[in-house]
Design a protein around this ligand. Structure first.
Ligand SMILES: C[S@@+](CC[C@H](N)C(=O)[O-])C[C@H]1O[C@@H](n2cnc3c(N)ncnc32)[C@H](O)[C@@H]1O
Ligand SMILES: Nc1nc2[nH]cc(C(=O)O)c2c(=O)[nH]1
Ligand code: SF4
Ligand SMILES: [Mg+2]
Length: 210
């Protein structure tokens, strides 16, 4: 059980349930191949059955950590930070993003967009999920739309989401990891027939890096 004081600090975003932080190469989407410091915040109740970080879901397993400490670690390492989870927008991201920016870091997010948008983002990667659709603000500010393809119906879902996102968002289809042998060829065909889309692969998994 958290003390009342810690609970309050988490509510204000002064502390966040930190699962892990690591310096690596962004493996997915528009910034693939570029160095970035990842901050993985615990807590998610979107419930994707194929989620590759289910250990992140229960926030209580991840220690509330002062945003000041998270920022101090990040600035030693990199000039770009990717905030992910879990679902980072479960929490108030205002303070974390403000402090990262005060330290001249570029701040990116990986999000399902299922919860209200907080924080200021230099790059907003929206990866919508069928079981909890994004809020309107998330569609409006997305720089990139990254739809995970687990089965053929996901191409229809992808087009529905593309119709809702702002017209400047860059569109990606990414194979769900366990279905990649089956889905990647379909994605390749789809992108050649519908060139407004691009292919995104989880390249960090091929590189055996975090
Ligand atoms: C683990 S999620 C965390 C951030 C946020 N909850 C979200 O879903 O966007 C990070 C990224 O990995 C993607 N992802 C999760 N599991 C995956 C899987 N099995 N195969 C491919 N992409 C996956 C998500 O769609 C998201 O773009
Ligand atoms: N290298 C690397 N790139 C990533 N891009 C998005 C990730 C995520 O889990 O949010 C991720 C990740 O876990 N590792
Ligand atoms: S929203 Fe993201 S973290 Fe949550 S279950 Fe889905 S893929 Fe996993
Ligand atoms: Mg990942």
């Amino acid at each position: 059980m958290l003390t009342k004081q810690t609970q309050l600090a988490v509510e204000k975003g002064e502390m966040l349930p930190l699962m892990e932080e690591f310096y690596t190469i962004q493996g997915e989407g528009f910034h693939t191949g570029t160095a970035a410091y990842f901050i993985r915040i615990g807590g998610c109740d979107v419930g994707c059955h194929w989620c590759d970080v289910k250990e992140s879901w229960n926030a209580e397993l991840h220690p509330p950590t002062a945003t000041d400490i998270i920022v101090a670690n990040a600035k030693k390492q990199a000039d770009t930070v990717v905030v992910t989870g879990g679902e980072p927008l479960t929490w108030d991201m205002t303070l974390l993003t403000q402090k990262l920016k005060d330290n001249n870091l570029k701040v990116h997010i990986e999000t399902s967009g299922a919860y209200p948008v907080s924080g200021k983002w230099d790059w907003f990667c929206l990866s919508p999920k069928k079981n909890k659709l994004p809020v309107a603000d998330a569609y409006a500010i997305a720089d990139e739309l990254k739809v995970i393809v687990y089965n053929k119906h996901d191409f229809i879902f992808a087009e529905e989401q593309a119709a809702k996102v702002n017209p400047n968002a860059i569109l990606f289809l990414q194979p769900e990891w366990s279905k990649k042998e089956e889905m990647t060829p379909l994605i390749v065909d789809y992108v050649m027939n519908n060139p407004k889309w691009r292919v995104s692969l989880q390249t960090h998994k091929y590189l055996n890096i975090p």
